[in-house]
Design a protein around this ligand. Structure first.
Ligand code: ATP
Ligand code: MG
Length: 572
């Protein structure tokens, strides 16, 4: 963790707060200098996802960085779909990406762009490169091109088609576009330097033939531009000032600049060019980030869809109960750096606790209920007890629930043979039921297998909470049978058992945690019956919970535990 800062004021839902204490970093220093020198009057950034998967927590870092900088500098951030590969892309992904960026609190409205909208321009620029002798159609096979690419220590070998005439290349490129050639028959390559020590400059391919329908342009094109060529030109066309990307693109920067410099030279694009700046991608312990692996986990049913609450996709985190503010806080605390970054899952969980502590309504819920019968409390009788909705904010009012003869407490709040220092309920001992009375355990009843089924107790009528009576050391939460509601509660553990599932001897799937989901039948205080999707609650002593957006839809009451109250996680 490089540094920490917190959002002082809780944001209204769906809107990012002004970051009061955005920590300076090397990217901000570059921007400050560019504004001071007059190179730029304002900043324009972009988040450029490829619509070939669901967004995950790593993308959130990039979103928060790009949209956060634009917000802090009074600039603009574009959401641009980098949709140049028609084979892997789908509308479903696109829709979910838009939804999640907005959910994170970054409205993009009129700032939505598509690389596919630039296909005409990209094609015209490619012809321009051919005309200037800076690109040629190569008719080698993919294998031949790869074989001649050279290695890090050996230069590549020129293609036999490298000196093809401008006319011939233009003619072939036109035929490629008109669909007269099969996939793989030709590619268009920039003519840079086959001996460059930077492999990316060894005549990179910029167009290939793909007889595939594109989800936005249909069958209009059968040649598609490649990433490196498309990305820099898209940035320049949108007048992006600072193009932030992850470190693996560092070696692509010379190509990014090469393409743009030539287009500026010939007046096709205005100066100054966008500046590519690399930062370290976020790695989160106990997860894998590769899109291929995420897809495999979904397709093979290791998780229950893209929004499985155990997943670190944004859809999964949202369903689990993560708030947009907590993810922004996490991203801000993670900071930006040039050094490879591993962040502990505990930091993500801490950010959620830090966000929710101040805002989540409190409630009592018993997750592993054991029945307590209070024998000296009259049958059929009950009385109101109440507790603050939030302990530090009286203005939020009180919630009420009823004390009665039969209540539920947590099984582990009772010990038949107590260990030293156990201050909760024990045979013959007393404990306070929070917001209600002190009770004393008189005897217990067990089933044939020896499990305790009922605790018989008495209460002391002179000890009602708030009346100034005597107190005891232990206080536990409870739910009364008379107005409590039964519900399914889902408790999650980490999906993987090891910090870095990619680093082990075996396949990453060997490290899946078989106990990552536990489903219990719980008793909840009555205020929770009206809980709505999107609301967060602190179940006293048990953690933060939210109604499951999918399972609650049919009218059932199902809660997910987003995170425990304390960081008690230990490897299994
Ligand atoms: P791929 O390009 O292999 O399909 P990707 O994870 O890079 O996968 P993109 O859709 O290209 O997915 O990502 C969109 C943006 O999010 C890119 O600018 C990328 O650099 C950024 N990004 C992706 N993963 C991370 C991460 N783990 N940390 C920070 N930024 C990330
Ligand atoms: Mg990418």
């Amino acid at each position: 963790m490089s540094s920490a800062s917190t959002d002082a004021t809780p944001p209204t839902r769906g809107e990012a707060p002004k970051s009061a204490a955005s920590v300076s970093n090397f990217i901000r220093q570059i921007i400050d200098a560019d504004l001071a020198s007059g190179k730029h009057q304002g900043i324009v950034t972009r988040f450029p996802p490829e619509p070939n998967g669901y967004l995950h927590i790593g993308h959130a870092k990039s979103i928060c960085l790009n949209f956060g900088l634009a917000r802090d500098y009074g600039g603009v951030c574009h959401l641009r779909f980098d949709d140049t590969n028609p084979v892997k892309e789908e509308v479903e992904y696109e829709e979910s990406i838009k939804e999640m960026v907005e959910w994170l609190g970054f409205p993009f409205r009129d700032k939505l762009f598509y690389a596919s909208d630039y296909f005409d321009t990209l094609y015209a620029f490619a012809e321009h490169f051919i005309e200037r002798g800076l690109a040629y159609v190569d008719s080698q096979s993919g294998d031949e091109i790869r074989a001649r690419r050279g290695t890090l220590t050996e230069p590549g070998i020129d293609s036999p088609y490298r000196n093809r005439s401008v006319e011939e290349s233009l003619h072939l490129f036109d035929e490629m576009k008109r669909g007269l050639h099969a996939d793989g028959a030709h590619v268009l390559r920039l003519k840079i330097d086959m001996a460059s020590p930077n492999m990316n400059l060894r005549d990179p391919a910029i167009y290939r033939i793909r007889h595939v329908e594109h989800h936005r342009t249909g069958n209009r094109w059968c040649v598609y531009p490649l990433y490196d060529y498309t990305h820099c030109i898209s940035d320049a066309l949108e007048r992006i000032t600072h193009s932030l990307c992850t470190l693996e693109f560092e070696a692509h920067r010379p190509l990014y600049d090469w393409v743009l410099e030539r287009l500026v030279e010939s007046g096709k694009l205005p100066a100054p060019n966008p500046q590519q700046i690399e930062f370290a991608r976020l790695n989160l312990s106990y997860t894998v980030m590769s899109k291929r692996k995420l897809l495999e986990l979904v397709e093979r049913g290791y998780v229950d869809g893209w929004d499985d609450p155990r997943f670190w996709t944004l859809a999964g985190l949202r369903r689990r109960g993560y708030t947009p503010a907590s993810i922004r806080l996490f991203a801000e605390r993670a900071g930006v750096s040039k050094a490879h970054q591993w962040i502990d899952m505990g930091d993500l969980e801490r950010a959620l606790r830090d966000d929710l502590d101040a805002v989540a309504a409190r409630a009592m819920a018993v997750l592993d209920p054991i029945r307590v019968v209070i024998e000296n409390y009259p049958e059929g009788h009950s009385e109101e007890c109440s507790a603050p909705v939030h302990p530090h904010d009286e203005s939020r009012g009180r919630r009420s629930f009823r004390f009665c003869r039969e209540v539920f407490i947590e099984r582990d709040d009772f010990m038949e043979h107590p260990v030293k220092g156990f201050f909760r309920l024990v045979p013959g001992g007393e404990v306070r039921l929070r917001y209600a009375y002190i009770i004393k355990c008189e005897r217990i009843e067990k089933d044939a297998a020896g499990n305790i089924t009922t605790i018989y107790a008495t209460y002391d009528p002179a000890t009602k909470s708030g009346t100034g009576g005597r107190n005891v050391k232990g206080a536990i939460h409870w739910v009364g049978r008379i107005d409590g509601v039964e519900a399914e509660v889902r408790l999650y553990d980490r999906l993987f058992q090891v910090e870095n599932p990619d680093a082990g001897e075996g396949d990453y799937k060997d490290y899946l945690n078989p106990n990552s989901l536990t489903i219990v039948r719980a008793w909840l205080e009555p205020s929770l019956a009206k809980a709505e999707v999107g609301q967060s609650f602190q179940f006293e002593r048990n953690g933060y919970f939210t109604p499951d957006c999918k399972l609650s839809a049919a009218g059932a009451l199902v809660f997910n535990r987003a995170v425990t109250l304390k960081d008690g996680w230990k490897p299994a």
